[in-house]
Design a protein around this ligand. Structure first.
Ligand SMILES: CC(C)(COP(=O)(O)OP(=O)(O)OC[C@H]1O[C@@H](n2cnc3c(N)ncnc32)[C@H](O)[C@@H]1OP(=O)(O)O)[C@@H](O)C(=O)NCCC(=O)NCCS
Length: 215
């Protein structure tokens, strides 16, 4: 997923990407960014049922997370050329109310599948237990176009969200199923809090938290 060393552009060479809120007309293009960024992601491969039609089901998952969970609550951000996208869940917005969960159930079923709903719900609850008890900013998804990775886009989107958490004086929380992402988050000030294996032959997940910094 990284460019070869010969074409590598470092953060020193390239201007820092400008981060801005996602607008409704960006969403379809950004769902494509998530699809390409998370093509091989172990967690997405666990949540989204495989086989024929997997691409459409992954689209439904990213749509739920970006449009309904994050954008609807003012937590979605992108860069000027739509090279990357962050889907944050602001404090107080999670877990969703019972009514909101019921409203999201048909879409959730469309990508999880009825047969795996129990095991995925069990895993989601295990991850839920590792969330901070206090109000916090949760980074649900962060994705950068594969051809634009390792150029500072992800770090810029992360820093933008962390500045918001710092301004609120709140903890930031994230989970990842990719070991190589752990140092990326640690460099931004996150510390590992837990490590768990998701049920149903699911992947290993690392949970990380970052305390707010004084401004
Ligand atoms: C993780 C991700 C968001 C990082 O965004 P990015 O724009 O590539 O990252 P940046 O260029 O800002 O920062 C790069 C640094 O992060 C770390 N890093 C990022 N991806 C890495 C990888 N695959 N392997 C090792 N280190 C990685 C490195 O420390 C790297 O610094 P370096 O290039 O000097 O070695 C991006 O690679 C991505 O979309 N990955 C696929 C989806 C994903 O796993 N998302 C996060 C889970 S929610």
């Amino acid at each position: 997923m990284s460019p070869p060393p010969s074409v590598r552009v470092t953060q020193e060479d390239a201007p820092l990407p400008r981060v801005r809120p996602v607008e409704a007309h960006d969403v379809e293009a950004l769902l494509g960014v998530f699809a390409r960024a998370f093509l091989d992601d172990p967690f997405v491969g666990w949540v989204v049922r495989g086989g024929a039609g997997r691409e459409q089901r992954a689209h439904a998952y990213f749509d739920l997370m970006l449009r309904r969970v994050s954008l609807a609550r003012g937590g979605a951000f992108t860069t000027s050329e739509l090279a990357g996208v962050s889907a944050w869940v602001p404090p107080g917005a999670w877990p969703p109310s019972v009514g909101a969960q019921v409203a999201m159930l048909p879409q959730t079923l469309s990508f999880v599948g009825f047969a795996r709903l129990g095991v995925v719900s069990e895993g989601a609850e295990l991850m839920e237990l590792q969330r901070p008890r206090e109000p916090h900013w949760h980074l649900a998804l962060l994705g950068v176009e594969p051809h634009a990775q390792r150029r500072g886009v992800g770090a810029a989107l992360l820093a933008d969200g962390l500045a918001r958490a710092d301004a609120d004086g709140l903890v930031a929380h994230v989970e990842t199923s990719v070991a190589a992402n752990v140092p990326f988050y640690e460099r931004a000030g996150f510390r590992r809090t837990h490590q768990l294996v998701l049920p149903g032959e699911g992947p290993m997940v690392w949970t990380l938290q970052r305390a707010p910094r004084a401004r």
